[in-house]
Design a protein around this ligand. Sequence first.
Ligand code: AMP
Length: 397
Amino acid sequence: MDDPILVVNCGSSSLKIALFTCQDERLINILAENLSTPTARIRISGESGSTPVSGGGSHYEALNEIIGLLRQRGLIADAPAAIGHRVVHGGETFKEPSLIDAQVLDAIRSCSALAPLHNPVNLVGIEAAQQLFPGTPQVAVFDTAFHQTLPEHAYWYGVPQRYYRDWGVRRYGFHGTSHQFMAEEAARLLGKPVSETSLISAHLGNGCSITAIRDGKSTDTSMGLTPLEGLVMGTRSGDVDPGLFDFLSKKGLAIEEINRVLNRESGLLGLSGETNDMRTLAQLAEEGHAGARLAIEVFCFRLARYIGAMTASLSSLDALVFTGGIGENSALVRHKTLAHLSLLGLTLDEERNRGNGRLSECRIEGNASRYPVLVIPTNEELVIARAAVTHGLQNPT
Ligand code: AMP
């Protein structure tokens, strides 16, 4: 067997590892949680039980133990062929994945001001992998890179130009690897070259974003300078009136508190007063829970409104695409959202919709729908693994 490709997604207290063959086959998923605490543990996807991480439970120790597990199972011999790392913010520097060297590490560090919660921990993952595998090519894949094709009119905010010039204040967009995967998969399913495929791609998970893809390239997207803008999400508010900050500060809330509430206590959780979990909300709504109903209605309306907004960036549409935990699994959300969009001529086949696209090669639109509607399971790790092959093995510098 050829050496596999290791994919590393490093969060502040977690480490997600996936292993792929060079032929795109996923071999295993492993999750390390509660890192840097005494309860740090490693779980293998699809298996029961977990093992503790020894020492202080650091990212390095977790990765080291995961590699030991992979070796025990014969999945890695000596080292992986290449390693792909998810990095959240690539600023304007990174328009595509990059083979990691000292210069690239510096550039990722300098993007940390734009993503202080994410880039520093992404660097921790890269450094741990470099210590373990000093000779293996490592590639950084950026959530923002796919959106570097946004035209100026889509990425400028209506604020003084100096904010952009001095501090880089602009729309960057996130979930780029998922939207890129949607573009490639939808093009394949529709039998068109990706460079001629135009889509509206809705990634609806705990974080939610929507992207207009024109001829295979991102041309507008709902997340902005940070991943807080746009759609209503699990715990994030999405768009609010910027005047809310002044209003709440006059009520005595500090800026850090407002930021925390908008990121962690808003969205589906804040609206329902119960949970950010769409499965539970759907159940509660059926039982008549008013907050759950409200949360779902607001979520779907905001989404429909953004689907309409994305048409301003397209001159043709090959499909509307849903992905992410909610997008892939919630027939209710897709149904309620499209019910707002009759003016666009979008309709669903309810049976195919209930089957989440699995009955019908991902297609769920009704016969009379003006445009195809697709449900495509996202696979961000595969995009990262492919990038590690392309940028780490095929073009070594
Ligand atoms: P993700 O961040 O992509 O894992 O998505 C998480 C979201 O997907 C949560 O709100 C889950 O409740 C939701 N989700 C997962 N499975 C289902 C399902 N079968 N029906 C509705 N929502 C689901």
